[in-house]
Each structure stands twice: as structure tokens, then as C-alpha cells.
Design a protein around this ligand. Structure first.
Ligand code: UGY
Ligand code: MN
Length: 245
């Protein structure tokens, strides 16, 4: 079935909506048994990469060119660091600082979100450490006191870390209380449910499986529609001076 060239995907200078019908899978060097959908990278104007990695049984990731965040979407990943083995199930995640000596291998077929960013050191010098956890053990916090919109911060919020990855869960009918316009850029993967995303001067219907990139200062707003909560995984650069100093 083809769609005569129609898609919800849309690329504009300050945002990308990429829907699964337009995903193209590629191999990357050093990885075996893994296909990558590259959602965002420098080619798009982004200062980070975000990919979906689709593992066959036994598939393994190549080394990261920068610090890397891994969030398991489906299946199970075996993370080995310093001789210690960690099984990451669905919603399990790991933050791996630049140069971490480790292996990431799929036990069966699996899918993970990968985020990579060249580390910007803080002049005060705190060093980031490995983080391994599961989203279910992170407390939910209402956004600006709104209990119908809850945030889980997956990364430690200290100066050692130069990006944040959060999940945001909206009850049906909940929405951001303001149109945000901010210096940080975003990579966003819709995990559950759907709604309407305002990006720049456009309003898009979005649903689970969609990816969105928002450039710095892209006007943004989301409202959840449907009978079940909407949830997304969202990256932003964080805690660094805009001049890079
Ligand atoms: O963290 C954020 O900036 C978040 N509230 N943005 C968003 O959901 N588009
Ligand atoms: Mn935002």
C-alpha cells in the first residue's frame, strides 16, 4: 500500500516531525546485528545525535564517539562494564560518559533510543559518572504543580552533566501551561498515546512512534488527546553557558 506521497512527516528550519513511515534504516561502523534510524544529528543542525537502534538476537553496539545515553524501548540489553553485568529491561537506561569501556548486547530482539553528545566540560571540573537505572525507580514530579503532567528526570541534575533526559506523562486533556521558547534544543520520542504538538507556527497530530527535533527557540506546546495518557522521552542540552565558557 502506498500513500501517493502523503506523510505527516515535515521538515522546517526550526523543527522536524519524523513519522515511522519515513524511517530509513542504516548500518553504522563497529556495530553488528543492529540497524539504526538516525533521527537527529549535525546534518540536521542538531548539536547531538538521537537514533533508534533495532537489535537482532545477539546484536551489539559499536563504541560511542561521545558520551552516550541508552533507553530500552523493547526487549532486554546486556550491559557489561568493568566485568560487571547489568540487564536493562524495558525502560531501563544507562548514561555512559565519553570513553566508557563497555559492551551493549541484545539478549533477544530489542529496540533502544540512543542519544549522544560531545561533552562540554564545566570549568569547575566535576566529572560525570556512569548511571544505570530503570525509569520505574525514578520519582514522578508534577510540572509546575500540575499533577496531570508528570516529569521523571533520568539524568542527575548537577553541573557535571551537560544534558538532561526526561520522560513526561500527560493525562488525557493535559497540556503544557505555556508555549515554550527557549535556548535549549530538544529531541523527543513519543512513547505512548498522542495529541497535538505545536512547533513554530504549525500544529501537528502526533502519536507513539513519532520523533520530533526542536531547534533552539522553536516555539513549542503539547496537549494530550485520547483516552489514555500520552508520554514522551525528551532530551535537552542543560546547565551550560550559551557562550560555551
Ligand atoms: O523541558 C522542557 O523544556 C519541556 N517542558 N519541553 C517540552 O515538553 N516541549
Ligand atoms: Mn521545552
Amino acid at each position: 500500500m502506498h500513500h501517493l506521497g502523503a506523510t505527516r512527516s515535515c521538515l522546517k528550519p526550526d523543527h522536524l516531525l519524523q513519522t515511522p513511515d519515513t524511517f530509513v534504516r542504516i548500518p553504522l561502523p563497529g556495530s553488528m546485528g543492529v540497524e539504526f534510524i538516525v533521527h537527529a544529528g549535525p546534518q540536521l543542525g542538531a548539536n547531538f545525535t538521537q537514533m533508534t537502534a533495532e537489535f537482532s538476537v545477539g546484536g551489539t553496539l559499536g563504541p560511542a564517539p561521545a558520551q552516550r545515553f541508552v533507553y530500552v524501548l523493547e526487549g532486554e540489553l546486556d550491559l557489561v562494564i568493568g566485568g560487571n553485568r547489568h540487564l536493562l529491561g524495558t525502560a531501563g537506561f544507562a548514561y555512559l560518559p565519553t570513553g566508557t569501556d563497555c559492551s551493549v548486547t541484545a539478549m533477544g530482539a530489542a529496540k533502544a533510543a540512543l542519544i549522544e553528545k560531545v561533552y562540554e566540560p564545566d570549568t569547575n571540573g566535576p566529572i560525570p559518572a556512569v548511571v544505570i537505572s530503570n525509569e520505574s525507580s525514578v520519582a514522578e514530579v508534577p510540572l509546575m504543580g500540575d499533577s496531570s503532567l508528570r516529569v521523571r528526570s533520568l539524568m542527575p541534575d548537577t553541573d557535571a552533566y551537560d544534558f538532561a533526559v526526561n520522560t513526561m506523562t500527560y493525562d488525557p486533556g493535559a497540556g503544557l501551561s505555556m508555549v515554550e521558547i527557549h535556548v535549549m534544543e530538544h529531541g523527543l520520542l513519543m512513547l505512548e498515546g498522542g495529541g497535538i504538538y505545536r512547533l513554530g507556527d504549525s500544529w501537528y497530530p502526533v502519536e507513539a512512534g513519532d520523533f520530533i527535533w526542536m531547534a533552539p527557540y522553536c516555539p513549542q506546546w503539547f496537549g494530550a488527546i485520547g483516552k489514555k495518557p500520552a508520554k514522551y522521552l525528551i532530551y535537552k542540552d542543560w546547565r551550560r553557558h550559551p557562550l560555551g565558557a
